[in-house]
Design a protein around this ligand. Structure first.
Ligand code: E4P
Length: 218
């Protein structure tokens, strides 16, 4: 399973990359705004900076148009920025048409804001490279986000769709572990849940004991 980091924060992307476990980055307009990036040129430069830190990894950059022509114009500009850019497109009618357009041109896409198996089916049929079901936001409204991952993985396997299931809106380590069990291709998560995977009290106490015993023969 690939690990993407879900942030536009360059320090956090660098930290995850330095850990040696980073396969890519996802961003969205809210995450970009959080970094205080203002103006088109600054936004485009920020995407290039992210690509250069996450060497070789796919970097999702989201269009903000909601009409077909606007999404094509924006997506083409984003795709030309850097070979690692994946055009992130919302699951709306014009978005599906835009995914088909980019898929026919060999440009990678990530279909975002997916909350149902039906939407995931449409994204796969349109040729999306990635589909992003938002599991945390489903949990927030008392739907089982992980059950949606299970459904989509099953449907894609049944029909041999090549679209990769990118579990998004991941909030904690159990989301990551369950996504791995269910066969998600990718999880995208903030830095903290990745770091939380490191933790176990028996690792800490075991290491403390080894280090104190090592003093006996130092
Ligand atoms: C996915 O690509 C989205 O950027 C993201 O995972 C949304 O997560 P949130 O629900 O924590 O905002």
């Amino acid at each position: 399973m690939k690990f993407f980091i879900d942030t536009a924060n360059l320090d956090q992307i660098r930290e995850a990359y330095d850990l040696g476990v980073l396969d890519g980055v996802t961003t969205n307009p809210s995450l970009m705004a959080k970094e205080g990036i203002k103006g088109k040129d600054a936004v485009l430069k920020h995407y290039v900076d992210i690509c250069e830190i996450a060497k070789g990894g796919d970097v999702s950059a989201e269009v903000i148009s909601t009409d077909y022509e606007g999404m094509i114009r924006e997506g083409e500009e984003l795709a030309e920025l850097h070979p690692q850019i994946v055009v992130k497109i919302p699951m709306i009618k014009d978005g599906v048409k835009a995914i088909r357009y980019f898929s026919n041109k060999g440009i990678k896409t990530n279909c975002t804001l997916v909350f149902s198996a039906g939407q995931a089916l449409l994204a796969a049929k349109a040729g999306a490279t990635y589909v992003s079901p938002f599991i945390g936001r489903l949990d927030d409204i008392s739907f089982d986000g992980l059950e949606l991952i299970d459904q989509i993985v099953h449907i894609y396997q049944e029909y041999g769709y090549e679209t990769q299931v990118l579990a998004a809106s991941v909030r904690h380590t159990m989301h990551i572990i369950k996504c791995a069990e269910l066969g998600a291709d990718v999880v995208t998560t903030p830095l903290q849940p990745i770091l939380d995977l490191l933790k176990h009290p028996l690792t800490d106490s075991g290491l403390a004991k080894f280090l104190s015993d090592a003093q006996k023969f130092a």
